[in-house]
Design a protein around this ligand. Sequence first.
Ligand SMILES: [Mg+2]
Ligand SMILES: [Zn+2]
Length: 193
Amino acid sequence: MRPAVFLDRDGTLIEDVGYLHRLDQMTLFPWTIDSVRALNHAGLPLVVITNQSGIARGMFSEAFVEETHRHLSARLAAGGARVDAYYYCPHHPAGKVEAYTRQCDCRKPARGMVDRAARDLGLDPSRSFVVGDTWLDVGVARTVGARGILVRTGGGAYHEGRAPKGMSADAVVDNFAAAASWILLNLNPQSAV
Ligand SMILES: [Mg+2]
Ligand SMILES: [Zn+2]
C-alpha cells in the first residue's frame, strides 16, 4: 500500500471559474504541469478528487466532466506529466436532477472518493497527502488521517482565515508548486521539518 497525493481540481490544478461548463474555461496555473511532473518523478500516485455538484444542479453532465479530465490529462501529457486517476462526486443534497440529489458518501469532506481510489490503486490514505483550496479538502485529510495542505489559489486566500472550529491544515502555502515542494520535503514522516 503506497502513499499518494490527492488533488483538488478547481482552484488547485486549474483556475476556479465557478462551475466550469465549457472546455475553453479550463486554465491551468503556470506551475501546474511542472509540479505534477515533480510528484510523478518522486513515484507518488496522483489522484484528482473533485466535488462537481454542477451535475446535480443540472449545469453540465458527467460526460462533460469526463471530457474535461481527458482534456486536462492531454495538457499534462504534452508536458510529460500525468494524473493517475480522477474521481468526482456528482451529487448534492439540494440538487435539481433527481438521480444526483442526495446525501452521499463521496462529496468532500466525506471520504468516499479517497476510499474508492485506495481500493482501486492500492493506496494508504494515512501516509498520503491532500491538497486543496478549501477546508472541505483539508477536512478529507483529517478524516482519513492524511496530511492536509491548503493552497491560497482559488478560494484559498479567502478561506485561510476562516477555518471551521477545530480545523487546521498541516501547511498553508501559496500554490500547488509550494505544496508539491512541501510534500517532497515531508514524504518521510521521520524527516518531517
Ligand atoms: Mg477547489
Ligand atoms: Zn457524492
